[in-house]
Design a binder for this molecule. Sequence first.
Ligand code: C2O
Ligand code: CU
Ligand code: CU
Length: 956
Amino acid sequence: MFRRSCMLAAAMIGLAAGSADADIVTLNSVSDNTMWQNATGGISNGAGESMFVGTNDLGIIRRALVRFDTSAIPAGSVVTAVQVKMYMSRTTAPTTPVTVHRALAMWGEGNSNAQGGEGGGAVAVTNDATWTHRLHPLFPWSTAGGDFVATPSATLDVGGIATYTWTSAQLVADVQAWIDAPATNFGWILRGNEAQPHTAKRFNAREAGGAVPQLIITFTPGAASGACCLPDTSCQVLSPAACASAGGTYQGTGVPCGPNTCVGAIGACCLPDGSCSVQTQADCTNQGGVYKGNGTTCTAGLCPVSLTPFVDALPLPGVAQPTQGQPGGAATYDVPILRVRQQLHRDLPPTVVYGYYGQYPAPTIEATRGLPVNVIYRNELRDEQGNYLTTHDLDVETCMHGPAERGTAPATVTHIHGGRVDSISDGQPELTQLPGQSSPVYVYPNNQDPATIWYHDHALGTTRLNVYMGLAGFYLIRDAQEQALGLPSGAYEVPLAIQDRSFAADGSLRYPAMGQGDDHYFGDTMLVNGKVWPYMEVRRGKYRFRMLNGCNSRTLTLALSDGQPMWRIGTEGGLLAAPVEVTSITISPGERADMVIDFGALDPGTEVLLVNSAPAPFPGTPGVGVIPNVMKFVVQEETGSPGALPQTLRTITPIPEASAARTRTFMLERMNHPCMGFMWTINGLMWDDITEFPRFNDVEIWSFINNSGVVHPMHLHLVQFQVLDTQDCTIVNGVVTPVGPRVPPPPEEAGWKDTVRAMPFQITRVIARFDGFGGTYPYHCHILEHEDHEMMRQFRVTCWVDIVGQPRDTVKPYNGTASFFADATGAGTLTYEWRKGTQVLSNGVTPQGSTISGATTFNLRITGLRPEDAGGYRCIVRDACGPITSRTATLTVFPTCDPDFNDDGNSDQDDVAYLVNAIAGGENPNNRDLDFNRDGNVDQDDVGALVNVIAGGGCP
Ligand code: C2O
Ligand code: CU
Ligand code: CU
């Protein structure tokens, strides 16, 4: 479509002064657009030549948006008159008022471009304002159709085709406000008759090439003025002369007073809207704020935003949809990681979050034991203009490893917590993806017990920030055996991701800036499944709640407010042996509790709270740092799932302590760090120091000794373990002295776990078998602030066998013998085989479970070579440890024949005699192929061919 861009560039046309010191400027619009009333927000007309208001013949409402850049008018100017001029180019409707409203949020103009008369609009593209998005599709309008001041700034009757000019005192006030605070200039929304169809009015947009929207402003230029710091440290905008005569210090022309930067008695002020600004005590109290003291700064959490609990219904995460296969089956998922706005509480503006599939928490991945799932994660984090993010939304500490190497861009890498997967698919913290990049295909075989596992971000040095922004979701593995237990299911099975967060008044997530971070981060607000203090309507019956402590640092001790019991039926690695009745459970970050709660005996209307009593930090003084409420259950009339709980759930076989090949000891403590100030360490070592090499299939005891005052929830990747016991100890100058008995875990924790709370001054022993896969895996404290500050290291499961060297390529003659040798080292249980293509060669196979020791040769011998034997031969060694090791060598059979039938070293008449005799049914002691000319028959022409070769002819 034709567009005259020279008109766009001519943003300001200066005009002669009207009176002695009044100026007039005419501004052309710098952006304009139309929004079509439509639930998906899919229609716009950013680059089109027209804008529309009113209701069309189909009853669809349209609103126009227009914005002018007023920055050319000097600060301090006083606006005296304003005209908004628009050319109305087409209508069939009667005269109808068109109102101009001041917009309250920034919106965009993309490249959508409607055809013809443009009345139908075009498909909205990135940046287009639409009915439901102010910057398509990332930022929703909080009210569909746009955020604007309800009272019009101006109203004008629009009849036939003509130029129309709106003027009013409020338009003057709007423009004055934009000059005084340019960040509030979001332009205007124009509305026509929205009550009746057939009322459409079409106006020229800035792309029209003529009669474009214009704003004509008459103003008195401001005298030179700027911030003046008065003797009492308050600030006033004054002229330099007035400032001097008031005894103040002039800060420069155009310097604003908000925030008050006058040195002296200033401090943080918590304003009534929950925001914080640094100013004088006088200014603060004038605005109804609470002054936090001289010298205080606006740190996170200083001015809590107070939100009403239990006003939003508990959201249920959706089920992730694969690109191939079905949820719950063998399937392939393509998971975009998006930056979106999501409403986390009724009274909060939408919050910028990061979400898998653009959702916080992520949709649940449903899997079935034995049916593999493939996943690709794509980092699609973009800013409001649609460009890939180059900096994280939260402050990144660049002196920490991870960000030190890759900078502040929000790199992501996804870990499947509790998953038994190869190390490439595990989400190795250093193998991150930057915005615009994709992970490799991760393979989750699901060869493991049904369990509540989860996926979350694990980027080295920024896990705490990425998870805080929302990158976490459930991954549920099921099987027929668990299904057969008849546990509450369907609507009665509910995942609960419990997380603490803090908010600023604008809805944004608050997290301490670099250098202000303590060694924990505790929010002041609790969210479940991404809503602040939600409520859930429950039927009278049993529910299965899969609870996840998804907090960064906060431990939870959960109970019901009416004191009624709950049943714990599972831990991280799946079901317990039997349900255990409890009145409370404690779970630290990373731990899961599969719980059954029975609302069956409660009267309809009863309200029961899920409450928390764990102090923060944990353990600690009761009541300190506690967020007491988690969520509310409201009992309904209907009966729910009444079935009895099974007495037993499954068999859990303890790993015998005596089967352990070795015990490793880990001291958990805080140390100094040259750049971060401090760090948390495991045996005083760091991420790159690998000192644990469990051998594949070995059982090991890992003993965590906590030499600090706070819990460290220790998590091992790859394996599920059992807790052997905990024991008090004293630690003096590094010498650990156990005190008192070893205490076995309580029954509700006597199952398979992947995360265990190592409590202060205790020895916590767990036992695990390191099988499934060989390779390198992290283990760490799941307090994400600790994990990011070095309390994360790696173990490497070492395999048993490897092929060393390369079998040699071989060239052998027709009917000869070839041998291949593959040298291997190692010790243990293995299988090897030789293959040609897909065919397994029987003389090169060891039986399954053969044992080798030290250096070994796997050989393959092929006799009586034929041309078709030529090709690649592959030796494959399989050890229980994972990837197949293989080597290939090539055999060439050169095209000759062997006339020396009797093997006496000469080709002569006695070879002919050998063949003649053998054809006649005589002996064939050398086991020669008598079909010398290879025509399929053994007969006289084979003798002829042999005679010919002996006489010096070529091989057949
Ligand atoms: Cu849930 Cu290594 O993490
Ligand atoms: Cu994990
Ligand atoms: Cu820790």
